[in-house]
Design a protein around this ligand. Structure first.
Ligand SMILES: [Zn+2]
Ligand SMILES: [Zn+2]
Length: 329
């Protein structure tokens, strides 16, 4: 199993989790073009991606999902509140009731089923909308095959259009290929934010992603036991944030129980609650304004206090501007 952090930070987040058989993208917070570029640099084949999983609907986690999912024709996994929040963000003037939302989801499903049926019965159908069908899907299927087209005509009609949507629920396991996934709730100011634990069915290696959380509640501490590779937030240095350029309202948001983990909070978790069993800990979502990578590293290393070795507790820093080499188990 391997983890490849393509980008981490407030300008975009995306990570590949893969076994020999299954490859998943967690968050797509960069443009489609940039994500494809970084996957090429990291040696991860985008065509082999089975799905995109979304932690929450903040722009730095979702910027590229629509275009990338349509280009690769792969499903996107959300919680339902996160999907709904994303749809609302892209159609900001629409206020819909929950009943209307359920209708919208049903219609999307029906349109996809209709398009799938059309694709199997008429493989050579021309690139034209059906006269009385939903025009979006046939166009999407054709346009998605064009590697130079940055987005599909269907997306121009409906930017919330996705090839397929799957819902998961925090606390409920599900599997994609040979990777078993357990989402867990994180405290953050989004509709229904989640972290993930991934376990390989073949060798039972376990990897986890926990960024964008205001503090470490007991459920997150419990989820992060027996993890081999852990991508953990170490967002800001408290003094740098307090003295830094952000307006007071933003400082309060970052510091709040639904904001981001400070170096101090991360170190506290590593010193007191972490079980010490990881091969590698990757510190991520570092603020460019309010953190210094050397401070984040120092805080984590001091917290691990001599538990680091060649075989365990190696600490790495995820980057905003370039992918990290894959961490392989
Ligand atoms: Zn974020
Ligand atoms: Zn966020």
């Amino acid at each position: 199993m391997r983890m490849t952090v393509l980008a981490s930070g407030s300008k975009g987040n995306s990570t590949v989790i893969a076994t020999d058989n299954t490859r998943l993208l967690i968050d797509a917070g960069l443009s489609c073009r940039e994500l494809l570029k970084r996957m090429a640099i990291a040696g991860e084949d985008p065509a082999a991606l089975a799905a995109i999983l979304i932690t929450h609907e903040h722009q730095d986690h979702i910027a590229g999902i629509g275009v990338l999912a349509r280009r690769l024709r792969i499903p996107v996994y959300f919680t339902e509140p996160t999907h709904r929040a994303w749809v609302r963000m892209l159609t900001p003037r629409t206020t819909i009731t929950y009943a209307q939302w359920l209708d919208h989801v049903q219609q999307e499903k029906a349109a996809r089923a209709q398009a799938a049926a059309a694709a199997t019965t008429e493989p050579d159908a021309p690139c034209q909308p059906e006269p009385d069908g939903n025009p979006a899907e046939p166009l999407a299927l054709c346009a998605a095959a064009d590697p130079d087209e940055d987005d599909t005509p269907a997306a121009k009609v409906d930017p919330t259009h996705l090839p397929a949507v799957e819902y998961f629920h925090a606390g409920v396991h599900f599997s994609i290929g040979d990777i078993s996934i357990t989402p867990f709730t994180i405290p953050h100011d989004a509709a229904d934010p989640c972290g993930f634990v991934f376990e390989s069915a073949t060798d039972h290696a376990r990897m986890a992603i926990a960024t964008d959380l205001g503090y470490m509640p007991p459920n997150v501490k419990a989820a992060l036991r027996r993890i081999d590779v852990l991508l953990l937030e170490s967002n800001h240095d408290l003094d740098m944030l307090k003295d830094g350029p952000y307006p007071w309202s933003v400082k309060q948001r970052v510091l709040s129980r639904v904001g981001h983990l400070s170096n101090h909070a991360t170190a506290e978790f590593l010193a007191r609650d972490y079980d010490g069993g990881a091969h590698t800990i990757v510190l991520g979502h570092l603020s460019e304004q309010n953190n210094d990578p050397s401070l984040a590293l120092l805080a984590a290393e001091q917290a691990l206090n001599g538990r680091m070795s060649l075989l365990g507790n190696r600490v790495l820093l995820a980057q905003q501007s370039a992918p990290l080499p894959s961490i392989c188990l």
